[in-house]
Design a protein. Structure first.
Lengths: 223, 223
DNA sequence: AGTTTCTCGATAGATTTTTCTCGATAATGG
DNA sequence: CCATTATCGAGAAAAATCTATCGAGAAACT
């Protein structure tokens, strides 16, 4: 419902609602924190209190991810964490490619702890010769012409798309033609992809929009 | 519904649904692009096609933001863009402070075009003395002890919170006690704030979670 | 001038998502 | 050993969100 593709059926559709999937990473982070504090058992109430979510909602989300708890006790913290991590596929890190070393791409390259979230960026590409060479964080930036070759050779399956919207579709096509089956798209545009490719759109400014519109409204009304 | 606070009523609640607010930034970006291509008039159908959204949904969103169109013609691209920009408060840039110059904070500091989105980071803070000094992108990193003083002096109203979850509430308290009324919170934890403060939580890994869980599911099922 | 086509705006319907309620279960404290 | 309390799990109710339909207006074409 979020991504329009040119296909009738979408891949990767385990019947789990998207809002639930979006919350799972937050649960993981909370669990890691609580486990670090030595908490052996944890309840939905507790998790909900940490994040400001309804306990029932937490319970349902966890159930959908395959977690089972015990009445009165809750869940074993460690076990629950591993269940979620496994469900998200974050237990074995996938190598990924990033295309578009602009402001956003650079920021992402600089964000090293991605491998805690199932992804490691192993190569970057840009069409601007100025950007080429080794990046600050040990990732090499290659010319975009070499994208197909290296995608094939390294057998990368995840692509991170941080190019301008105008270039997004063509880069996307290059990716899917060379083995990429999951695309994290930061460009504000709908991508057309083959039926077996998963696209997830990200808009970094979505929440900033919410914040600033509320602030603007508050400033208009109040002081 | 997203942020639990210790108050009964939340500030900044113009009755507009949150999903709509989250989409407005994307519309802005599309409009900027289309305007750049010289498109004078634009329809909901067109915008929807660009982003993969339902035209009716686009129309409803735009109407809520106060835009009015004309049958058969659509909207004047420039005017619509200004309407949205104004609604989001992105026409006059607010100065903001960032606390927590870790991986994420550094990445955000490096992302300069924030001022196109209504925000300019003018000062950063960290509790680690190692991090102090001028940052690569011209923003000074101050010791956290000076946060209250500088917040007051510079009259900053937006705070960006990129500290670990453990420290989030105390930094948040410092912010709100010194004039901050809007907080963009990247820590996976619910913040308690006074009634007149707006909190917006951001989870960067939410969509990555969706992507990787779908990928993991597809890999389990398919090849 | 009339017909066609495209689009907005509003309303109604369908779907999804969240929240509530209840019974069952297991630990704790008297 | 029984009462109490906290919790899960499941199903129902409520709320929010998305999608479809329809009429009216306005441009373009015949």
């Amino acid at each position: 419902m979020q991504n329009r593709t040119d296909t009738t059926r979408t891949i990767g559709e385990h019947g789990i609602p998207e809002p639930t999937l979006r919350r799972l990473p937050a649960y993981c982070q909370v669990l890691r924190r609580l486990a670090g504090r030595g908490l052996k058992q944890v309840s939905c109430t507790r998790i909900g209190r940490e994040l400001g979510f309804d306990p029932t909602q937490v319970r349902k989300d966890l159930a959908l991810a395959g977690a089972v708890g015990r009445p009165k006790v809750g869940y074993c913290t460690e076990e629950l964490y591993r269940t979620l991590e496994n469900f998200l596929g974050w237990n074995n890190v996938e190598e990924a490619v990033l295309v578009g070393v602009g402001h956003l791409g650079t920021a992402l390259l600089g964000y090293t702890p991605f491998d805690r979230y199932g992804v490691r960026i192993v190569a970057a590409f840009d069409s601007d010769p100025e950007k080429l060479g080794p990046h600050a964080h040990g990732v090499q930036v290659f010319p975009q012409t070499r994208l197909p070759e290296l995608l094939r050779r390294m057998k990368l399956r995840i692509g991170i798309l941080t190019v301008p919207a105008e270039a997004a579709q063509s880069v996307c096509d290059l990716m899917t033609a060379n083995g990429v089956i999951a695309i994290w798209n930061f460009a504000p545009i709908a991508l057309s992809v083959p039926a077996n490719v998963i696209v997830q759109n990200e808009d970094l400014f979505a929440t900033l929009g919410v914040l600033s519109s509320k602030l603007a409204a508050a400033l208009r009304t109040g002081s």
